[in-house]
Design a protein around this ligand. Structure first.
Ligand SMILES: N[C@@H](CCC(=O)N[C@@H](CS)C(=O)NCC(=O)O)C(=O)O
Length: 212
């Protein structure tokens, strides 16, 4: 990918983390501009965030917003969007679903409504995990990528969701058993995906630790 790239987002994982992971996985140099909520009040109405929301991806002084559109653009540039329309649908549907969940969880965390977030995780997430498990198992019994036979943007979205919410150190102690019971193939797939990339491992080990 060509050009000078800056990703503007908050100093949280939120909806920008799959974008950060993609840049690190593919060794694409970018500036990770993490903005504090305190500074955001001055920047929100600045012209670089035309819609008053983050993330904004800046490439050679052009600004792009809307997280899934940004991911779709990157996926096409990098070559991790399927050509087949049915596979593209499978990628889009899983990404749209997880991004929606991610946005809602981020909102709950910003409002400090952690009680509601925990309730959703315990009551509703097991049903989602079983559906993700069924979807993954249908694709060559979960032995390959999440969709089709080659890496797609869905792998990054699913990985980030599984890792940051349930399986990273600190979360695994609480949720690993639930994931193992509802989605054993997905759990194995998540660890395998991480193990397959020294770049991703190194990023995860060195990144700032945020709560959400
Ligand atoms: N539709 C946009 C929504 C972006 C969005 O809601 N961003 C939130 C953070 S995840 C934000 O900028 N909140 C700060 C604000 O609204 O002032 C997208 O998908 O990227």
């Amino acid at each position: 990918m060509e050009g000078e790239i800056t990703l503007h987002y908050f100093n949280i994982y939120g909806t920008a983390e799959p974008i950060r992971m993609i840049f690190h996985y593919f060794n694409i140099p970018f500036r990770d501009n993490q903005i504090s909520f305190q500074d955001w009040s001055h920047l929100k109405h600045n012209s670089f965030v035309r819609i008053g929301k983050l993330p904004v991806l800046e490439i050679d002084n052009e600004n792009y917003s809307e997280c899934y559109s940004i991911l779709g653009y990157l996926a096409n540039e990098i070559g991790i969007m399927p050509d087949d329309w049915m596979e593209k649908y499978l990628v889009d549907s899983i990404c749209e679903f997880i991004i929606g969940v991610n946005k809602n969880f981020t909102k709950l965390a910003i409002k400090n409504d952690l009680e509601n977030k925990e309730r959703i995780i315990h009551e509703i997430v097991p049903k989602w995990l079983r559906r993700f498990e069924a979807r993954l198992s249908k694709n060559n019994e979960g032995k390959d990528c999440f969709v089709g036979k080659r890496l797609t943007v869905a792998d990054f979205i699913v990985f980030q969701f599984m890792w940051d919410y349930f399986l990273k150190p600190g979360k695994a102690e609480i949720y690993r058993l639930m994931v193992e019971q509802c989605a054993p193939t997905l759990m194995e797939w998540t660890y395998r995906f991480l193990d397959s990339s020294p770049e991703l491992i190194s990023y995860i080990e060195s990144r700032d630790q945020f709560i959400f």
